[in-house]
Design a protein around this ligand. Structure first.
Ligand SMILES: [Zn+2]
Length: 257
């Protein structure tokens, strides 16, 4: 068990937060573990229960624990994932702090490299899934959300194949953000912005284990996608009802320009 040190500094709950976080990061508490009760922690830290409560709330806000209510409740350590990165990026986009153009710049910088690395790692386990995902793209009659989900799978698998979890997380954030934007712009038909077959040169190059061709094909894909997105701008602006103040709608309008 982790030995917590008593605190004499002024910012008590912050110090409690730091120590608890340290204990979680050093695996003294693992995913699924329940933190000691408020009363026990107050005793160990020799601080008030209010300070403990504040610290635990901060841990919850930062994604380190989730709070369960009831008799068997308490603060449970969460499994740290990169999901937070996606939601942080989405929040920044919604707060108008990432534009579509900036998103595209990152995409065109990173995704060709991811495709290149994927081609170097074209083992059967991955290539089978990649081909299946490609062949299942754009099912006929699919609604927008389903169409987007079918067309993003190849990107997610390539990211997984690249063998770098941080790169994978960044790509996943970028793709999820893109999907959100498409759900707002509502291209009609759904596949008009991402035409069927767009992934074919990428998938073929990766399956052939050709890193340079995979990188080039992905660069083309990103450029075509961005052009289509820009072409939809005018139509989208005409379609949007000025009276509707959906935040995302406003954000898309701001950042498309
Ligand atoms: Zn794509």
């Amino acid at each position: 068990m982790h030995n917590f040190k008593p605190i004499k500094q002024p910012r008590i709950s912050e110090e409690v937060f730091n120590q608890l976080k340290e204990a979680i990061l050093s695996n003294d508490f693992r995913a699924g573990d329940k933190l000691p009760s408020e009363r026990d922690l107050a005793e160990q830290f020799q601080v008030s229960r209010v300070a403990i409560r504040e610290a635990i709330r901060a841990l919850e806000n930062n994604g380190f624990v989730s709070i369960r209510q009831g008799a068997a409740g308490g603060a449970f350590v969460t499994d740290l994932t990169f999901e937070q990165l996606s939601s942080a990026c989405l929040d920044l986009f919604l707060a108008n702090k990432i534009s579509i153009h900036e998103l595209h710049q990152v995409r065109i910088l990173i995704e060709p490299e991811v495709a290149r690395l994927a081609a170097l790692n074209a083992i059967p386990e991955f290539t089978k899934r990649l081909l299946e995902a490609f062949e299942a793209e754009h099912p006929p009659g699919a609604l927008l959300t389903e169409d987007i989900a079918s067309a993003t799978k190849v990107h997610f698998i390539l990211a997984e194949m690249c063998g770098n979890r941080f790169l994978e997380a960044i790509v996943n954030s970028v793709i999820k953000l893109n999907a959100k934007i498409l759900e707002e712009i509502k291209p009609n038909p759904p596949y008009s912005i991402h035409p069927p077959g767009l992934h074919r040169p990428i998938v073929e190059a990766v399956l052939a284990g050709n890193p340079e061709a995979a990188s080039e094909a992905m660069r083309n894909h990103a450029a075509i996608f961005y052009d289509n997105l820009m072409n939809l701008e005018k139509e989208y602006r005409e379609r949007v009802d000025v009276g509707v103040d959906l935040h995302l709608k406003n954000q898309v309008l701001c950042t498309l320009s």
